[in-house]
Design a protein around this ligand. Sequence first.
Ligand SMILES: Nc1nc2c(ncn2[C@@H]2O[C@H](COP(=O)(O)OP(=O)(O)O[C@H]3O[C@H](CO)[C@@H](O)[C@H](O)[C@@H]3O)[C@@H](O)[C@H]2O)c(=O)[nH]1
Length: 425
Amino acid sequence: MLKAVILIGGPQKGTRFRPLSFEVPKPLFPVAGVPMIQHHIEACAQVPGMQEILLIGFYQPDEPLTQFLETAQQEFNLPIRYLQEFAPLGTGGGLYHFRDQILAGGPEAFFVLNADVCSDFPLNAMLDAHRCQRHPFLLLGTTANRTQSLNYGCIVENPQTHEVLHYVEKPSTFISDIINCGIYLFSPEALKPLRDVFQRNQQDRQLCLALGEDSPGLWPGAGTIRLEQDVFSALAGQGQIYVYLTDGIWSQIKSAGSALYASRLYLGRYEFTHPERLAKHTPGGPQIRGNVYIHPTAKVAPSAVLGPNVSIGKGVTVGEGVRLRESIVLHGATIQEHTCVLHSIVGWGSTVGRWARVEGTPNDPNPNDPRARMDSESLFKDGKLLPAITILGCRVRIPAEVLILNSIVLPHKELSRSFTNQIIL
Ligand SMILES: Nc1nc2c(ncn2[C@@H]2O[C@H](COP(=O)(O)OP(=O)(O)O[C@H]3O[C@H](CO)[C@@H](O)[C@H](O)[C@@H]3O)[C@@H](O)[C@H]2O)c(=O)[nH]1
């Protein structure tokens, strides 16, 4: 019997995702037409013997999250529960805090998945690798180029045995081009080192209190465990941690730009995994180019041209003569006639007026470098806003016949003119 845990974090973590994370918790942001973590759940549900999926985070269990859980349970016919941390406990603290729930029923192993990654989740292959050796920790690894590797957990492996000999979280100089994908398979024994870290933290705290040196700023919150630094770095080279290398699709989803890139990766996989989700050209229907997802409730005019890499949400209206490419249009938005939307995300309930042009600049990984990853974009360089995808927050109104280029428009704004390279507050 197996279980899976998805680490969904909490509200203050989605900062690079603003303004899109204002409306919906980041793990529920639609990527290729479905909530980000539905891809994780679909992958877990396909592993034979999967008994339960637990979401661990520090979001308040609000309406969208509760509704998502109910729908997902029915769809996948699996118990899917949300366990709320009383405070952010780090990537390992929640696993230790909820250990009894994770181990209830005696799973042989459990997957741990970061919510903010896009992957083809080779979970069955990881399980096969785990069953050969049954080491406590198996990490999914992939490659990144030298510069980009510094943004991830870096792994030095023994190439023969795949044992992790050395692990450094986001090093300041190059360590290895093998990076941690944030997708793990742990055996129940993996909780022992977490307990050791927990107890050590408590003892250190007691000692400090006894010495009268208590300064809350110096100590991680009670129960905080950083899986990467406290466990992987500490245990590397001791025969407990192994890496399973993949060359399948993988990307982090930290920013809106990376959500668009992840959407392209998932749409590309739908051909094999969910062909029914890909829009087909039908007589009298819109022209479809490449991979496009259209929610069944969306109304798309027959003269519109969509694709590649477009995803149209629930209840969206797309007018005559519209051109949409490399974009996500979120539910309830209206794209009026003859509008052009390229490399952009149009927020919930927003309206783009007729003959307007909404355009962004893609920041995709270098296609000539097979190890290139999406850069964890920062919005500014030398005090200037870098050209990036255009994002319209929710219920934004763009008038007719204007150009919105490389800009971020915060929710509920009614624009009256064109804007280029601006954040419109
Ligand atoms: N439940 C819970 N989840 C958390 C917490 N803090 C972070 N998370 C979740 O844990 C995952 C990792 O989040 P970060 O702490 O932001 O780490 P990172 O910068 O994404 O780096 C991690 O992922 C990379 C791969 O995407 C790895 O390369 C890296 O080593 C590390 O594991 C995310 O899904 C996030 O929502 C917490 O306190 N509680």
